[in-house]
Design a protein around this ligand. Structure first.
Ligand code: URA
Length: 429
């Protein structure tokens, strides 16, 4: 078997056998297959797709490219939550500490920014000292001691995903059902949780552009979850406009901190309450979602949720003082509306690309990130705006803000009529 034959087969639209997929994953993880050969194969998968059997085999090979954790000695229920990616999506950072306040163990392995979407790992690493590369022993101990740990893919856990994920980010291969399903589910299988909630996004700022594609992705991930003995629930969310107000790594930590202290944007609140309530139900803490949502709000208002987040940051080496003094970029530039009316559209793809242009994401694998760069939205869909009123602020250390301002203005469509209600959660599968 050799990689050139495997690449040609997929290039020609043929089905790959289990052994061929396993060979690719094993040898690329070891480094005997080069980045340019892996890029060619990943691009061929992107273009020609994979059937369910191939996707499952890719996922399982990636999950077993390192160790897989057994956390059954900690509890019968270990929770994880993952988003298929979005712009301004800080839901994980808020939901996970909330869940841990109920004594439900949280074992979460996240990723870095991918394409136009931000990554939980980059966001957490914007907190000085926060370690996302814990050893497996530290990961497990933290779950035992404080009930929660949030880490990235490591050389021990899902190392194939770490490499393929970083590669996809810089070769325009992010929007692919088999690549997303195998990436997400390999991490979930390796990290040892047995109940997971997946926030599957669709729309302009998501990899799945339509709700139908988000449903197809959900079905494949749920099926892989079922095969691996993981109870999986998918919540389909609308990502046509960004979630919340802040986009960018430290800006999203700031918004998550505010949310954990009780000051939440309405869209953030709706999704946080829904996902948390579902997790509580899966953890046998009550079948009534409305009652669960009340308990979620209680644990935010009594300070437990923020306290748990601080405990997590401290335990993983982060500077907790930073949480009340988050660094800002040198330039904060106001973008004013040139029109009057209601916001009809706020294109999350343009906002995500603009955040990357400001330095919040990567163009090459090794690119550094400017953690302080990003955008703070002041107006969202259905808001009224007058001429000269602030639409958004750009946070940047670069000097390209005039160009980015023009782009952000094109993200806003303003019209006379107030649009119909904007749906945040379309369905739960
Ligand atoms: N999140 C992941 O972990 N992988 C993807 O491919 C997309 C979102």
């Amino acid at each position: 078997m050799n990689i050139i034959d495997i690449i040609s087969k997929k290039r020609d639209g043929k089905e790959l056998q289990k052994e061929e997929i396993e060979y690719f994953v094993k040898e690329y993880t070891k480094g005997t297959i080069t980045d340019y050969q892996a890029s060619a194969l990943v691009m061929a998968i992107y273009i020609n797709g994979m059937n369910y059997e191939e996707t499952k085999n890719l996922c399982l090979a990636m999950a077993h490219s390192g160790e897989t954790l057994d956390l059954s000695d900690i509890s019968d229920t270990i929770i994880d939550k993952h988003s298929s990616g979005g712009v301004g999506d800080k839901i994980t950072l808020i939901v996970m500490p909330i869940i841990a306040t109920f004594g439900i163990p949280v074992a979460k392995m996240s990723g870095r920014g991918l394409g136009i979407t931000g990554g939980t790992i980059d966001k957490l690493e914007s907190i000085p000292g926060y370690r996302t590369d814990l050893s497996l022993e530290e990961f497990k101990n933290n779950i035992k001691e404080i009930g929660i740990s949030l880490i990235g893919q490591t050389k021990d856990l899902a190392p194939a995903d770490k490499k393929i994920y970083a590669l996809r980010d810089t070769i325009a291969c992010t929007e692919s059902i088999p690549l997303i399903a195998s990436s997400i589910m390999s991490k979930k299988i390796a990290a040892g949780a047995n109940k997971i909630v997946l926030e599957v996004t669709y729309g302009k700022g998501a990899f799945m552009k339509t709700e139908e594609d988000a449903i197809s992705l959900s079905k494949i991930m749920s099926e892989i979850g079922r095969l691996s003995g993981i109870e999986t629930v998918c919540v389909i969310t609308n990502m046509n406009q960004p979630i919340g107000k802040n986009i960018g790594n430290s800006l999203e930590i700031e918004e998550a901190v505010r949310a954990l202290k009780g000051d939440m944007e309405e869209d953030v609140k709706e999704i946080v309450k829904h996902i948390s309530a579902i997790i509580m139900k899966m953890a046998n803490m009550g079948d009534d979602l409305e009652e669960n949502k009340k308990k979620v709000i209680e644990n935010i208002e009594n300070g437990k949720a923020y306290k748990k987040f601080v405990e997590l940051v401290q335990k993983q080496g982060g500077d907790v003082n930073y949480l009340s003094n988050i660094e800002k970029a040198k330039n904060i530039v106001e973008i004013k509306s040139q029109e009057e009316g209601y916001i009809q559209e706020l294109n999350a793809e343009i906002i995500g690309k603009s955040a990357i242009a400001l330095g919040a994401g990567r163009m090459k694998k090794e690119d550094p990130i400017d953690y302080t760069a990003g955008i703070v939205l002041q107006k969202k869909i259905r808001d009224k705006v007058n001429i000269g009123e602030t639409l958004a602020y750009i946070h940047t250390n670069k000097d390209n803000f005039e160009e980015v301002t023009k782009d952000i203005l094109t993200a806003y469509k303003i019209g006379k009529e107030k649009p119909e209600k904007y749906i945040h959660i379309s369905r739960t599968i």
